[in-house]
Design a binder for this molecule. Structure first.
Ligand SMILES: NC(=O)c1ccc[n+]([C@@H]2O[C@H](COP(=O)([O-])OP(=O)(O)OC[C@H]3O[C@@H](n4cnc5c(N)ncnc54)[C@H](O)[C@@H]3O)[C@@H](O)[C@H]2O)c1
Ligand SMILES: O=P(O)(O)OC[C@H](O)CO
Length: 338
């Protein structure tokens, strides 16, 4: 592997799917030496020889300063800052794998959206349980389709960290390009919840559109969706303003309204009567909201928070309820104030 030598601070991206590749392209385009690791050696070999991610981001050439590194240990040693972009169901596994390679100066940021499979824990809890509190942490989340980001189309994102220095340094590295803006805040909890639960609501918007309901229904789901995400977030201690930002309303609108979203497309197929398994096979990429519907539902139950849309989607996905019954149940709820 040829590693480009530039004096600016490098970054290592762990996870070479569509989003990991897009973020690696964005960092390297800004002139930062970037190391991209993927768990599949054959996939890494292809990325390395073709200098593009043909499977997920065809025809977007890797900048010169983007290096493919198939060895996890070497990838981790190549940079102080590690950006994790694997799907949520393998997030804990990746933290366990990187742990033996970490040095005291490492800093960790993730762009994975979701809750831990089965437990419903925030990914921050997964990191802190395994690594303790010694590493600066941050989370990136917002309305960012990988293809548009990689194509250099204008994009904005939120970055949350309790470590201001880390947040400012990351912001400077992402923000310096002409098409990628990053807004920082210190509400890691809110930013993580916004990114995880918007996927659930997007499945609902997809189901609604798949059933032929119109723009009124979709917009009502978005509006009531942000209300229930905020209710959960505030109960857990998040700042309500966070949910009006990039990782709340921003990502919710994007994911509920555009067919680039896999969660929305998954919901649309369900609404057309296609089974969940066939829909996922058809999409062929991660549909974070599928399992995360159960985790979000269990989290809401644990805290006694009313999340009627999430609950109905949970019943459609895991309790055999049909989509029409779920819509009737939502519409038939008792009258209330906004
Ligand atoms: N694609 C987007 O537009 C986008 C945008 C924002 C956030 N995200 C989030 O980024 C995360 C990753 O999604 P994606 O879109 O890149 O997924 P993807 O479906 O494009 O790719 C998933 C990748 O995960 C890898 N993977 C699977 N098992 C693994 C393991 N055990 N260890 C390491 N890697 C493994 C696969 O090889 C594949 O490359 C998700 O949480 C998603 O919600 C995606
Ligand atoms: O394709 P989706 O539904 O996983 O959405 C991708 C991103 O999260 C959009 O910000």
């Amino acid at each position: 592997m040829s590693h480009t030598h530039i004096t600016t601070s490098p970054i290592t991206v762990l996870g070479a799917g569509s989003y990991g590749s897009a973020l690696a392209i964005a960092f390297s385009r800004n002139g930062y030496p970037t190391y991209l690791w993927g768990h599949d050696p054959l996939h890494c070999e292809r990325l390395s020889t073709e200098r593009q991610n043909r499977q997920f981001l065809p025809d977007i050439a890797f900048p010169e300063s983007l290096n493919i590194e198939p060895d996890l240990g070497k990838a981790i040693q190549s940079a102080r800052d590690l950006l994790i972009v694997v799907p949520s169901h393998v997030f804990g596994e990746i933290i366990a794998k990187i742990k033996p390679h970490l040095r005291p100066e490492h800093r960790i940021v993730w762009a994975t959206k979701g809750l831990e499979r089965d437990t419903g824990r925030l990914l921050q809890e997964v990191v802190e349980e395994q690594l303790g509190n010694r590493y600066p942490l941050a989370v990136l989340s917002g309305p960012t389709f990988a293809k548009e980001l990689a194509a250099g189309l204008p994009t904005a994102i939120a970055l949350a960290s309790h470590n201001e220095q880390f947040a400012l340094e990351l912001q400077a590295r992402i923000h310096c390009s002409k098409h990628f803006r990053v807004y920082i805040n210190n509400d890691m909890l809110g930013v993580q919840l916004g990114g995880a639960i918007k996927n659930v609501i997007a499945i609902g918007a997809g189901i609604s559109d798949g059933m032929g309901f119109g723009a009124n229904a979709r917009t009502a789901l978005i509006t009531r969706g942000i209300a229930e995400i905020t209710r959960l977030g505030v109960a857990l201690g998040a700042n309500p303003n966070t949910f009006m930002g990039m990782s709340g309303l921003g990502d919710l609108v994007l994911t509920c309204t555009d067919n680039q979203s896999r969660n929305r497309r998954f919901g649309m197929m369900l609404g057309q009567g296609i089974t969940a398994q066939t829909a996922m096979d058809n999409i062929g990429q991660v549909v974070e909201g599928y399992h995360n519907t159960r985790e979000a539902y269990l989290l809401a139950q644990r805290y006694g928070i009313e999340m009627p849309i999430t609950e109905q989607i949970y019943q459609v996905l895991f309790c055999g309820k049909n989509a029409k019954e779920a819509a009737v149940a939502l519409l038939g709820r008792e009258k209330k104030e906004e």
